[in-house]
Ligand binder design. Sequence first.
Ligand SMILES: [Mn+2]
Length: 403
Amino acid sequence: MKQITFLHTADLHLDSPMVGLSKLPEKIYKRLLNSTFVALKRLVDAAIEKQVDFVIIAGDVYDGEDRSIRAQVKFRHEMERLAVHGIQVYLTHGNHDHLSGSWIHIPLPDNVFVFGGAVEHCIFTKENVTVNLYGFSYPRRQVFERKIDEFKKGANADFHIGILHGNEGGNSSHDNYAPFHVKDLIEKQFDYWALGHIHKRKILNDNPPIIYPGNIQGRHHKELGPKGCYIVTLSDSNCHLDWINTADVEWDSIEIDVQNLTSFQTIYHLCLEQLNISRNEQVNGKIVNLMLHNLKPFEGSVSILNGELLEILQENESEEENFVWVSSIRVEEEIQYDREFLKSEDGFVTELLNTIENYEQSNEALDPLFHHHQARKHISNLSDEDKEKLVAEAERILLQLLM
Ligand SMILES: [Mn+2]
């Protein structure tokens, strides 16, 4: 039986600047700044331990098109560790580390094959097994073409693996680069598709496997949960996937129902208990958004809202190796109005609700923000869901002001 084992990763985003997080305690902020490198080391450790045949990196190795020297030196070091163990690396660059950027060139060891700006294929061989790997690096930041059409299956290989950094099915929350549909990939009759670009882990198809491994370390509160890579064992008849968590700091969102609790002390203890349960699950640090549901007003409940609870939950936490740092507390407010009743009445509020329901100018409304010369560098595209949430939040605020 012919069989290969490889590690599939993507979106390392080495040396991510962790924008907007410098207000965190210094220790935690430093941990975050170093976290992409810790994650890289963990995945290389896994590749060595599992004695994989090769490693595939499906784009966005570096976070910035200037490929910081720190990132390049650390990446080179880890690639050398793989070289010592005879492990090949096949990598493509994505929209973040595209080939038109300018950077100080630090050469990589010979075990690393970097795909060029047009789709090409290279060959891996061991004993009696031959693998064709197909891929390309982004020649520039924005690649809107359907690069999938340029993938052509070559002959004479036991396994064919496509490497594609691109957007599936017009996903509106990500830049629509190198777009494709699952059926396009299936039609190519490859044995595995190693995807990159979407930071959330997702198996798009089982046979053949078409997989986004997600990024290796979350960079903000929207990149929730464990992050990592897949160890893939592919044979003539089967594909086995092992997933490995590489994140050093995880982002989490914890929801706590505080119904029937009517003192600061009981709410504080419940929060503490839940945070410690979350801590026991893992050895890494965690940054948590806390959401309290069903908070009823009581004497002193203002201290939940004015930051006192947050402050006391954060106490001493930054000193912990496996910290659980609460970065914010939100209180889910009970909506105090009956929307359908309001809509049935004639008048200004009805008109307002109708206007909100048919509102289609989110893009125009957000334009000033996305064109602001500083703000635009730090914000990413909003998905349709994000926009809906903004509109709902706007409705809530307007109604509260009016009632
Ligand atoms: Mn990426």
